[in-house]
Ligand binder design. Structure first.
Ligand code: ZN
Length: 147
């Protein structure tokens, strides 16, 4: 299969792997202590998603532990069934332009416009049906940030 041209040169890197959990404080010690990942800051409440997010990193790779911050959080139903891998996030330089191109190419977008993410990022989700069954997030980091 020839890759479609919509995003060639647009995806900079894998930004994070998100793991949905019921309680960050129960799971964080495995990543921080058993695996020795570096905890980046404190858990952050992301109001738009109604989740708390804790970022951990090693070797330039990061994971995000996400927990529901209220019963009507988008991930509440997910973690009721099971904790586990929730989505992959890819960093792009120009999120709005990428969303326009993907929509024009017929991909299913969950978010047609960027929303606020953790650490002052802008994010948008793509539907798993267009992404090989994986919930996919696109992330644009703020201009002033170095990572
Ligand atoms: Zn994410």
């Amino acid at each position: 299969m020839i890759p479609p041209p919509e995003l060639q040169g647009q995806v900079v890197a894998l930004h994070h792997v998100a793991i949905a959990v019921r309680d960050i404080s129960n799971v964080a010690p495995f990543y921080a202590k058993s695996l020795g990942l570096e905890t980046i800051g404190e858990p952050e409440y992301v109001a738009d998603q109604k989740v708390n997010v804790l970022v951990l990193a090693a070797g330039g790779q990061r994971i995000e532990l996400i927990e529901p911050a209220s019963p009507d959080s988008p991930i509440s139903r997910f973690v009721e069934k099971r904790e586990g891998l929730h989505h992959l996030a890819w960093q792009v330089d120009d999120l709005e332009a990428v969303l326009v191109r993907l929509k024009a190419a017929g991909l299913r977008l969950i978010d047609e416009n960027p929303r606020p993410g953790a650490h002052n990022t802008r994010i948008a989700f793509l539907h798993p049906a267009s992404c090989g069954g994986v919930l996919t997030e696109l992330v644009q980091i703020p201009e002033s940030a170095s990572n």
